[in-house]
Design a protein around this ligand. Structure first.
Ligand SMILES: [Zn+2]
Length: 69
């Protein structure tokens, strides 16, 4: 539509003018970077704390006895 708004906040990752499409980032790459940071910061789940109930159900769907022979 129009040229990038000069008043728009710059990309928080690299400081370049943000792209309307990837706001508030300048590109998808920077958006991914931010997402990665967010994940590593918020999603620190200890691998041993996860209940394996769901996992068990999933494994049960696959029949281990279904062997060929
Ligand atoms: Zn950027």
């Amino acid at each position: 539509m129009t040229a990038p708004d000069p008043k728009a906040a710059p990309c928080p990752i690299c400081g370049q003018p943000a792209s309307p499409r990837y706001r508030p980032f300048c590109s998808r790459r920077c958006a991914d970077v931010d997402l990665g940071r967010w994940f590593s910061g918020q999603y620190r789940v200890p691998s041993t704390e996860i209940p394996s109930e769901t996992d068990e159900k999933y494994t049960r769907r696959v029949d281990p006895d279904d062997e060929v022979g």
